[in-house]
Ligand binder design. Structure first.
Ligand code: SAH
Length: 381
């Protein structure tokens, strides 16, 4: 593995260029090729001399390959699910969604996860490894390249169905992994994504979702970023939460919400509370009442997500009528609520499930041939 140049801040690239070539401006050129033109190989970087490419290579720097091995396209709403194979064979999952507020990419921050949430497929085999900043960026960049290649009129022309040709404007760190468990790499990823000479994605359009690692939230306050925070709460009290999320044994809800309020007070970004409704577990009127009480007076948006059943787990999704009743109860208590629009319903369910299925089908996911395509009736790339 090389030290990936895409993970370096611009001032670090300046120092490296000064050291290797004596030509500082090469850093700007490299930065542009990687983060604005979204090139993922030296061969495509026209104005970078071969000699410099060779010295970078000899010094252990480069761009690690990440291969897109599968794309599933929803026929319903333009959602696409991607699997990428990293340089070491690990498979990671990303999702592209089209919302009114813009094209959104959901990125994974780790291969696997060690948080152990009972309803989640990503965590079944534990944490494999943290993703590098470059490996988070490359998920966004690969998808942005697909959009760019489609061109602005692609939908009208009926070509490349599902691509609308607009740039990626929003990023949510809500794929596999716990971002605050890979803190430094995630912060670097966010800052690079936000760089004005890169994709320049506004901090306000970036959302980090966490299961509630209190020291991580507190550290985030110090970063002075304007990103949105989403908290995966999923239960109205600690006792219930402990049954669903092992992290609840470490941090209590009141301690987590205190940290979230401090985060809100530091930058006034509204907090989202994610609440996956699980039939008979956390979806009763009493649960709704308790949740309302817990969140009273806070500026939050509760995002209700009917749990996506995972084959290996026996949790069932709350039916539509109960979801509505839960929503009504919260609204009566003056809590802002949305029900997560189900996107890509036809192309594979929960977080981490696609990766698991792919790995089961192809073996370990390592050292396999590219078999991009041919996965389901939903249509593939
Ligand atoms: N670790 C982070 C981000 C990744 S999970 C976090 O916990 O927030 C993104 C969201 O999907 C979380 O709210 C998570 O609890 C939820 N989730 C995971 N598996 C799910 C499933 N099977 N059904 C519904 N939501 C799920």
């Amino acid at each position: 593995m090389k030290t990936d140049l895409r993970s370096l801040y611009k001032d670090e690239l300046y120092s490296l260029m000064a050291e290797l070539s004596g030509e500082k401006y090469r850093a700007d050129q490299l930065f542009m090729w990687m983060h604005s033109k979204l090139k993922d190989g030296f061969s495509e970087m026209g104005n970078i001399p071969k000699k410099l490419k060779d010295s970078l290579d000899q010094a252990g720097y480069g761009i690690n390959p990440s291969e897109n091995v599968l794309v599933l396209r929803s026929k319903l709403d333009g959602t696409r699910k991607y699997l990428f194979r990293l340089w070491d064979g690990n498979i990671i999952e990303s999702v592209f969604m089209q919302y009114e507020h813009g094209n959104t990419v959901c990125v994974s921050s780790q291969a696997g996860c060690r948080m152990g949430c009972r309803f989640c497929a990503s965590t079944i085999d534990g944490l494999v490894r943290n993703l590098e900043p470059s490996e988070m960026l490359s998920q966004v960049y690969a998808i942005a390249r697909d959009e760019a290649a489609a061109g602005p009129d692609s939908e009208k022309a009926g070509k490349n169905a599902g691509l609308n040709g607009d740039p990626v404007s929003n990023v949510v760190i809500m794929g596999s992994g716990e971002p605050l468990d890979n803190y430094d790499n995630v912060i670097r990823f966010i800052r690079l994504l936000n760089d004005k000479d890169g994709l320049n994605i506004s901090q306000r359009n970036i959302t980090l979702s966490t299961c509630g690692i209190v020291p991580g939230i507190r550290r985030l306050i110090e970063e002075d970023l304007k990103i949105n925070l989403a908290l995966s709460l999923h239960a109205p009290n600690d006792e219930k939460r402990k049954q669903l999320m092992p992290i609840a044994n470490k941090y209590g809800i009141s301690e987590i919400l205190d940290a979230c309020v401090d985060y809100y007070n530091s930058n006034r970004r509204r907090l989202t509370i994610e609440y996956s409704l699980i039939k008979g577990v956390n979806d009763s009127d009493e649960d709704a009442a308790e949740l309302s009480h817990l969140l009273r007076g806070m500026n939050v948006l509760v995002n209700l997500i009917p749990v996506n059943p995972v084959r290996e787990r026996d949790y069932q999704s709350t039916g539509q009528a109960r979801v509505r009743a839960f929503q009504n109860k919260l609204e009566k208590n003056n809590i802002n609520v949305t029900i997560r629009r189900e996107l890509g319903r036809d192309i594979e369910g929960a977080c981490g499930q696609l990766r698991r299925r792919y790995e089961a089908r192809t073996g370990s996911g390592k050292d396999r041939n590219n078999d991009r395509g041919d996965e389901s009736s939903a249509g593939t790339d």
